[in-house]
Design a protein. Structure first.
Ligand SMILES: CCCCCCC[C@@H](O)CC(=O)SCCNC(=O)CCNC(=O)[C@H](O)C(C)(C)COP(=O)(O)OP(=O)(O)OC[C@H]1O[C@@H](n2cnc3c(N)ncnc32)[C@H](O)[C@@H]1OP(=O)(O)O
Length: 282
């Protein structure tokens, strides 16, 4: 069986030590479209978007993402990123070192696909917790073993005009830039690999969209202050092709910011990109 949930669920994926520098933070912010100097210039005013915590452990990787998950015999061409969240204990330092410990927390059987959830905890050398991530991959063509379908509470959007409604033009080279942040999955760069995976062209990294949207909501609804972001979660609802335009909407609602991202303009106007967008401010 390509996925053996009895082996996979609860499997410990071990601990990895890593470090990051101001230059890594600058590159990451540029790759998610930042232009403001508080994200793009080293020095005392540099701040770090919490989404950097998601990529920091693998930032120096130059190989495609390894899929060495216990009990999961799957191919990278089957995989798309399903969802992502991060919660940070405090504003992230602009450089530092940490250890991340990861486990497979759940595996869902969607019949035509499997959803594999991982949880990671990053701790400082002192042992203090820095941030926690939760993510899923959606593995097309797996599933069907009669397992739990899983469920998650959808984030409802208010029935009123958004508090921010803005667009971001995804650069033609956005994925080629973003892959330098440690995700060299050929799905985002190699047209032949993308076609073999069922896409007409390379698609944008989900985590690039994740960063673009967090940055936009922070700039438009939190005064550009990344230290006010305590947590951010999304579900990847549809693909983005480099060169397309994103429409990003956000609402202040019940003490948090909820939102959505869709494609704006062109043949795919209105196509969903992110759902279940929820930013928890501090
Ligand atoms: C360790 C290895 C690390 C590797 C990490 C990844 C590396 C990265 O480089 C990869 C990427 O960045 S890929 C790019 C980012 N991701 C995407 O673009 C995916 C966008 N989403 C889609 O295309 C579809 O929603 C799609 C395809 C996800 C689902 O669409 P459909 O097949 O049409 O599914 P649908 O019929 O709508 O729903 C079927 C059931 O699945 C649930 N579901 C839908 N979207 C989901 C999602 N994103 N995550 C989890 N579950 C999801 C539905 O709820 C439904 O379940 P149920 O019937 O039980 O409600």
């Amino acid at each position: 069986m390509p996925i053996d949930p009895d082996v996979a669920i609860g499997a410990e994926l071990g601990s990895v030590d890593f470090a990051w520098t101001e230059s890594d933070v600058l590159l990451y912010h540029l790759a998610i479209g930042a232009t403001d100097l508080s994200y793009t210039l080293e020095g005392p005013a540099l701040q770090v978007l919490p989404s950097f915590g998601v990529v920091a452990p693998t930032f120096r990787m130059t190989d495609p993402p390894p899929l060495d998950l216990p009990g999961c015999d799957i191919d990278l061409a089957q995989v798309v990123h399903g969802s992502q969240s991060v919660s940070v204990e405090a504003p992230l330092p602009t450089s530092g070192s940490a250890t991340v410990t990861t486990r497979i927390s759940e595996v869902w059987d969607k019949g035509k696909a499997a959803v594999i959830w991982q949880e990671g905890v990053a701790t400082a050398p002192s042992g203090e917790r820095l941030w926690t991530t939760r993510s899923s991959i959606f593995v097309r063509g797996e599933g069907g073993w009669g397992g739990d379908r899983g469920s998650s509470a959808p984030v409802e959007l208010p029935d009123r005009a958004p508090d921010t409604d803005t667009t971001y033009d995804v650069l033609a080279q956005q994925a080629l830039l973003y892959r330098l942040c440690g995700d060299r999955n050929p799905l985002h760069a190699d047209p032949d690999f993308a076609k073999a995976a069922g896409f007409p062209a390379p698609i944008l990294h989900g985590l690039c969209t994740y960063g673009i949207v967090l940055r936009t909501l922070t700039e438009t609804l939190l005064g550009g202050d990344a230290s006010r972001v305590a947590g951010f979660g999304v579900k990847f609802a549809g693909v983005v092709y480099p060169g397309e335009t994103l429409r990003i909407r956000g609402w202040r609602e019940d003490g948090r910011i909820v939102g959505s991202a869709t494609i704006a303009g062109g043949d795919r106007d209105g196509a969903p990109v992110l759902s279940d967008v929820a930013l928890t401010p501090r």
